[in-house]
Design a protein around this ligand. Structure first.
Ligand code: TXA
Ligand code: MG
Length: 318
């Protein structure tokens, strides 16, 4: 992918006070920085500054219609931006801070750039659990729009090195706090008009949401409600074959449980470990000399549903 702007020097700083100070200065100046969350690294900018938000889209090479997740430090800060119904309130109290994004009606006068919500009457909002993102929120005092910190259409980053793979020379700063804990993007739940719908599976399972609220959780509607869910969104540069039991000629095999491979998502068959390793394993496979990627079958229960959702997208080349 070619850079939309002249290349700039990208600095990587270890997470700490100096890194947060530097990042806050970039954000106050209308720029964007890569910062870890507990799910994946995000590319953060001031959600109230439309030029800054445009800078995120430019760095990612992302289609302009794709709305972003707005990160805030607390539920109270979220309530200033969005209208919470009873379902949303209970979900926030149970799962925040954490890997859950709520899509809710945006409040009038919330002060969020229309570009961040792609002009929708709703806003995707979450309170992240990672110290680095929380420190940046505290230091800037601003809601931060942050999509995953990768160029559009490439694999989500769970390490600073993954961010650099597609955004080196396109952003000024990466805060490095090592591998992210969850390794997979947040669950997205829409609470609108009394309905609860899962727009993107993730670490907070649909079953956990249904159990907490004692309601039926619907799926995404017919239209593309989470446009980032385009089929090929997670595609590596090589063909991906799913449900593999062995390695074919030229392939890199990503194993799981009893299927050993060049690598394994979890030799013990643990879906939590597999989710945390998923994008790392895809990055390694993509960077290998192999001409194709095969992935062992992952059972569809619990977190397996989110993993398989990402894998099906990785296998769809568009
Ligand atoms: O874990 C995460 O959620 C990470 C970290 C950085 O927080 N962020 C992330 O952002 O995955 P992104 O931009 O890669 O994915 C955001 C998703 C997209 O599928 C987008 O279409 C959807 O959220 N989205 C945002 N606003 C929406 C809205 N108002 N209605 C429906 N979907 C929305
Ligand atoms: Mg993304």
């Amino acid at each position: 992918m070619t850079a939309p702007n002249p290349r700039i020097a990208t600095v990587t700083l270890p997470y700490g006070i100096a890194a947060i100070d530097a990042a806050a200065a970039v954000i106050a100046d209308g720029g964007c920085v890569a910062v870890p969350t507990e799910t994946v690294y995000g590319l953060a900018a001031d959600a109230g500054d439309s030029r800054a938000v445009a800078g995120i889209y430019a760095a990612k090479g992302r289609p302009g219609f794709n709305p972003l997740i707005v990160h805030v430090p607390t539920l109270a800060a979220a309530q200033a931006l969005a209208a919470f119904d009873d379902h949303a309130l209970r979900l926030a109290r149970a799962f925040w801070p954490g890997p859950l994004t709520l899509v809710l009606p945006v409040r009038d006068g919330a002060g969020i750039a229309a570009l961040a919500t792609a002009g929708l009457p709703t806003i995707a909002i979450r309170v992240p659990a990672h110290d680095a993102m929380q420190a940046l929120l505290a230091r800037t005092g601003r809601p931060l729009a942050a999509p995953s910190a990768n160029a559009s259409g490439s694999i989500s980053p769970t390490r600073a090195a993954h961010v650099l793979r597609s955004l080196d020379g396109r952003i000024p700063l990466v805060i490095d706090a090592g591998a992210t804990m969850r390794g997979i993007e947040s669950t997205i739940i829409a609470c609108i008009d009394g309905q609860v719908r899962e727009l993107r599976p993730g670490p907070v399972t649909r079953a956990a949401v249904a159990a907490l609220l004692d309601v039926t959780v619907g799926g995404a509607g017919a239209g593309i409600e989470a446009p980032g869910q385009l089929a090929s969104h997670y595609a590596p540069s090589k063909p991906v074959r799913l449900n593999a039991t062995d390695r074919r000629d030229g392939e890199w095999l990503i194993g799981f449980g009893p299927v050993a491979g060049d690598d394994s998502l979890s030799p013990g068959g643990d879906p939590v470990e597999a989710a945390a390793r998923l994008f790392d394993a895809l990055h390694i496979a993509d960077a290998s000399a192999a001409t194709g990627i095969a992935v062992a079958r992952i059972p569809d229960d619990g977190l397996g549903a989110a993993i398989n959702d990402r894998l099906r997208r990785a296998a769809t080349r568009g």
